[in-house]
Design a protein around this ligand. Structure first.
Ligand code: ADP
Ligand code: MG
Length: 535
């Protein structure tokens, strides 16, 4: 899985500099796949889920291909909403920060048209507009399309849903025939394919599917535990769940080696798989794992890539992965071949935030799992023991043992019952060490664990500062959609990627229902009760 870098994309150095400054370390899959094709001049249909970086996938080639010295409109981007037009325009400006002489303008309804006309006269090369307003300008002849080289339909599926098809066709038919036409969309409904046939020239369909993202047959848990207790927690989980084979992930090779010695010291059959091992050594470890000579494989991400063993019943994220994609790769080691799998991620303190990123990326919720107690482990062991007893009784052939037992009972002066003897055997077999319970302190201030005021309930919304959400947007949405006066809405805490808002308990249901399908700042939102699933 060789990663493509921005350097590999043969784009202008000024663009590279800007995107790196924006914190983009490497192109996202839709970017690395579509940028070269767009740069080659071909028409493209780019399909990838929301949040995969489609904006930059077309903004980078636009900026690379237009001529800053020519003061005419060269690229036209159509967006479904005002918010998106502004967002895309802002991104293009950021990416084009170091290219001189480029003017970008968002045009949308609701803004005084005179101001837009004035700006358009200043020699704008890139316009990002909503279809209605673009047509308006075309009719007024304030937007001249004769020199347009690229047309991009962003969020094309959304535009069709919103009934812009006719407008789009009108606009496309007024642009030069030899233009390059690109569609970006999360989905590809029939309507888009029809537009494609009509307005694109032998387009290349680039589809990025994150196939490993859907992992329905893996139960994903998280456990809050501090580092010093991880080994004990891991041991208990393995004892309670007794998975046939387990893969435990650590973030470092050293961590893997240390964990292996700790597990071995506790009597587990474990071995490490990491990048320091030679290929032959790795093969030996994998063979042992496949034939169950060891049943716990402790691995780092790189080494575990491509491990394909059907019987892995559990994956443990002993350390939470740095990268969300790694999480998906890791847990994908279980639940293979249609079997059920289970995964546990150990988190503590601020790692909970990282975990939320993972949840958003995978669009799943990790379920909180308590640390198994000492008695959970004991019960589980006792049950396994009695299963074994039952099996042995059923197999029969116990005459010799029965004779020993009889002799023992006769020889003893005190009268032991069979019950006494069996209990003692159980103790000998299972041990009876006094293990200390782990009592975890609640982790440091969890952002979402503030308790709401009396009569209020705290809701979680998956948009935040990154989406340029402000308190007034949240208030506006609640007031507008649900009809609760702003003064009845409680504290609003906006974080980078999400927001918490307090609403009166009696309105909560209505808020959840009414806000389910709305958008805030152009983003479809997910709203739910905070703290519900994770205490
Ligand atoms: P989409 O249009 O596919 O829904 P966006 O273009 O809005 O997604 O991008 C989603 C987020 O990802 C934005 O905050 C954007 O700045 C960021 N982003 C885009 N490309 C990259 C990248 N290569 N590396 C890191 N972040 C990126
Ligand atoms: Mg987008």
């Amino acid at each position: 899985m060789e990663k493509i870098k921005f350097e590999d994309l043969l784009i202008n150095d000024n663009i590279k500099k800007a995107v790196l400054e924006m914190g983009f370390e490497e192109p996202s899959p839709i970017q690395s796949q579509s940028i070269p094709v767009i740069l080659s001049g071909k028409d493209v249909i780019g399909q990838a889920q929301t949040g995969t970086g489609k904006t930059a996938a077309f903004s980078i080639p636009i900026l690379d291909m237009i001529n800053p010295n020519e003061k005419t409109l060269q690229a036209l981007v159509l967006c479904p909403t005002r918010e998106l037009a502004i967002q895309v325009s802002t991104e293009i400006r950021k990416i084009g920060k170091y290219i001189h002489g480029i003017k970008t303008l968002p045009i949308y309804g609701g803004q005084p048209i005179d101001r837009q006309i004035k700006s358009l006269k200043g020699g704008v090369q890139i316009v990002i507009g909503t279809p209605g307003r673009v047509i308006d300008h075309i009719n007024r002849k304030t937007l001249k399309l004769d020199n347009v080289k690229m047309v991009i339909l962003d969020e094309a599926d959304e535009m069709l849903d919103m009934g812009f098809r006719e407008d789009i066709e009108t606009i496309l038919s007024k642009t030069p025939e030899d233009r390059q036409t690109t569609f970006f969309s999360a989905t590809m409904p029939k309507g888009i394919l029809e537009l494609t046939k009509k307005y694109q020239n032998n387009p290349e369909h680039i589809k990025v599917v994150r196939k490993e993202l859907t992992v329905p047959n893996i139960k994903q848990y998280y456990i809050e535990t501090r580092s010093s207790n991880k080994l004990e927690v891991l041991s208990r989980l393995i004892d309670v769940y007794n998975p046939k084979l387990s893969v435990v992930f650590t973030n470092t090779k050293k961590g893997a080696d240390e964990l292996v010695s700790d597990l071995q010291a506790r009597g587990y059959f474990a071995d490490a798989l990491h990048g320091d091992l030679k290929q032959t050594q790795r093969d030996i470890v994998m063979d042992k794992f496949r034939n169950s000579t060891i049943d716990i494989l402790v691995a780092t991400d790189v080494a575990a890539r491509g491990i394909d063993v059907d019987d892995v019943e559990a994956v443990f994220n002993y350390d939470l992965p740095q990268d969300e994609e790694y999480y998906v790769h890791r847990i994908g080691r279980t639940g293979r071949a249609g079997r059920e799998g289970i995964s546990f991620s150990f988190v503590f303190g601020k790692e909970l935030r990282k975990m939320r990123d993972i949840e958003r990326y995978t669009k799943t919720k990790l379920i909180k799992h308590d640390i198994p107690s000492v008695s959970d482990v004991e019960e589980k062991k006792a049950k396994a023991f009695f299963d074994e007893v039952e099996k042995t009784i059923k197999e029969g052939n116990l005459t010799k043992q029965a004779n020993y037992l009889e002799r023992f009972m006769k020889e003893n002066e005190t009268d032991y019952s069979i019950f006494d003897i069996a209990s003692a055997l159980l103790k000998i077999s299972l041990g009876d060490e006094e293990k200390e319970e782990i009592i975890e302190e609640p982790s440091r201030k969890r952002e979402n664990s503030k308790s709401p005021r009396e009569g209020m309930i705290r809701l979680f919304i998956n948009v935040g500062r990154k989406q340029r959400v402000q308190a007034k947007d949240i208030l506006g949405a609640i007031a507008g959609e649900v009809g609760i006066p702003g003064k009845n809405v409680g504290t609003i805490d906006i974080y980078d990627k999400y927001t918490f808002v307090e609403v009166p308990k009696k309105n909560a249901k209505k808020v959840l229902e009414k806000m389910k399908n709305i958008k805030i700042k152009g983003n479809k939102i997910n709203i739910e009760q905070a703290n519900k699933k994770r205490k």
